[in-house]
Ligand binder design. Sequence first.
Ligand code: ATP
Ligand code: MG
Length: 880
Amino acid sequence: MTAVEIRQQFLQFFESKGHKIVPSAPMVVQNDPTLMFTNAGMNQFKDYFLGNKEAQVKRIADTQKCLRVSGKHNDLEEVGLDTYHHTMFEMLGNWSFGDYFKKDAINWAWELLTEVYKLPKDRLYATVFGGDESESLEKDNEAFDLWSAHLPADRVLDGSKKDNFWEMGDTGPCGPCSELHIDLRDEAEIAKVPGREMVNMGHPQVVEIWNLVFIQFNRVSDGSLKSLPAKHVDTGMGFERLVMALQGKKSNYDTDVFQPMIAVLSEKAGVAYGDDEKTDIAMRVISDHIRAISFAIADGQLPSNVKAGYVIRRILRRAVRYGYTFLKFNEPFLHTLVPVLSDQFAGVFPELVGQKDFIAKVIFEEETSFLRTLDKGLKRIEVIKQSLKGKEISGAVAFELYDTYGFPLDLTALIARENGLTVDEAGFQTEMQQQKDRSKKSSKVSTGDWVEVKQEEELGFIGYDNLEAVAQVVKYREIEDKGSKLFQLVLDNTPFYAESGGQVGDKGMLMSGDQKIKVLDTKKENDLIIHFVSELPKDPTLPLQAKVDIYKRQLTENNHSATHLLHAALRQVLGTHVQQKGSLVSPDVLRFDFSHFAKMTDEEIREVEAITNKKIRENIALNERRNVPIAEAKQLGAMALFGEKYGEFVRVITFDPHYSVELCGGTHVRATGQIGFLKIVSESSVAAGVRRIEAVTADKAESLVIEQDMLMNEMKELLKNPKDMAKAVAQLLEEKQTLTKELEGYRLKASQGVKQDLLKEVKAIDAISLLVAEVALPDADSLKKLAYELRNELSSLAMVLAANIDGKPQVAVMFDDSLVEKFGLNAGLLVRDLAREIQGGGGGQPFFATAGGKDINGLPKVVEKANDLLAKALNLSSLA
Ligand code: ATP
Ligand code: MG
């Protein structure tokens, strides 16, 4: 059975049991401060478990793209070394939201595995929660009895709280779980050690394939468990592991999920898979990581220096490094794998096919720059090697390599070994821990428990139609963010827009009696709308008046609608490869990131502005449609944004059906005329293949133009109101250039004249050309030039010039090298001594030095003193 068929059968099976099949949520998570990437199938249904939202459909099944590389689940370092953990994998899942519970969940799992897939029953093991005294929880006897109907009692095993009690986080929904494990070892090995002893022991062929979680408790922040009124089922089966079992393989990588990719790699590297453990691991790492990287980029998460972007960058670098070190790939190679992957997932996850060129381009740029870094890092290691006292690279140095060059410890260790060195690994870990502690401290946000004020069903946003409302506090909690205390409020209905889709959250006021509470910001947590306030209503049970700051909201709307018009204009001017990659819409400015590979020309920018402004002047009325089925929205030609978690129904924002149709949850102007005017302020690059435009609209655009106009007028006046400004400025510059040249000529002549005069003053004594004189010169440069020229023209020169440089005193001392040697002269020392006479200081080399000063009247004294000192230093018989 192929992987494609296996996935299909899972979905069909649960469809036949009354489940609705839904698409995978994006792997990159938005609007959840606790999670960067989807790490389990249940993530997108969190709100149902938390009771924030009621499930419209009680039974759901899907395949979910998961990524386990950060936070609670981090399998990254295992990946490739073992054969059954991936970074990105598919989790097949079925859910009951307050509908069926343990009996159906267990019986259906058994039916699917043994009757549909026909896995051998005698190779399966089930685990159940064995109870926990400290929590006063007893064994999950219900699950035990249900499994015992299918399996002999010695293959239903008790599990610990660690393995068999699932929790979403420190607080929240939780409950016992049952896992299914499969033994894929050969008969001979099974005869030696029975499978029941291998379960949960980390053997690569005795692995967990399915976890069935029975959510029946809620853990509150004092640590205690409360029974939930509605009980839920949440299951997750590792698709790649299931395929391994069904295709009779001993490694996930031997299945048709990974073999196509491994075949390409093996061909490129000229190494067969299976030849050598090291090259095998490299091929596994790369064939795994390319999936994580490509899907993350497709979901809108570009590699970068921070947060989720940094996680993706590190995965990419791990793949490049394995290719570089073990498969000898010195040139970018990862990007060439993207087409293989997008073909493989064509019918399942279409987001890859649609963006494959973009994904490949981004990966190529990243690889190229990392290979350069790798090169630099290797050179750095060379330097470290030279300066090393002993044979050990210190923890601090290893950490520097990790932190600045992206060299993980194992790479540094490997290179060290190749060079006959060792690494202080414990020292490295200490540095690492210190950094972690530092970042933990800086990001510590602690939240208290929600205090429920009022039971309320409808927690709605009514701010599309209203900017004011009477509302009731549903719940609140206190939070502490970097030492400052704030409160979060949830209202039963609210006109406040919560930050999302790039649009900033509304600010405004809550009026409770005569108490006025400022709303500092509005954000979403999952689907809850949270108002950030600095104080609580004195009586939270009273209704209050919620008022959005209308002016700010309006400016934000101008910018949001302008973003849509801009997006459409960009596609007209640059082409339909332009896709939104991010945006920020605030009252002050709009920022729009989009895929495009070249810097925009001035003409392109002007054209985009012109189209957008024309659409603004057309005063196109907003056409807003809520609750449009997604299929219909796509038919309308709506441009879907990435990464938003859309339900079955979406909101479609249209400004002229032939111009701009977008899926969007933001707030917009009633008609485009309100935007007034758009002006692009900058166009720049943010990442490989992604450009950024910043623009202003309405009042802001107007003030910008006025400011520029005023500046222009000022300049016109300065230039005496020429007809043609550009010509006038060009003329001015030309004139300046001519004058500068002329001036240089005069200066040259002047200093030539000075030189001729000076040559007459040179005294030849004891075969030394002695020159001590006062001169006047236009600038310091000429003084220096003059000194050098004289040195070239005269033999054995000893010279001190006391110069009046445009009213400022300077001294230059120049000695021929022969004198420096013979008499031990030092121009630097002498000039410092002489500079005292002009209240200044300076220095230089033994043969040439200069000094500047304040007192122009000291120049004659400089001459006098110089004559004196030189006579002594040179043992001159006379100065006559
Ligand atoms: P394991 O102990 O093997 O790491 P887990 O306890 O972390 O598994 P769950 O969190 O229960 O796994 O996830 C549900 C299922 O998803 C597992 O039964 C397994 O089949 C699959 N799974 C979990 N982690 C991975 C991974 N990194 N790669 C591939 N499949 C995985
Ligand atoms: Mg795990």
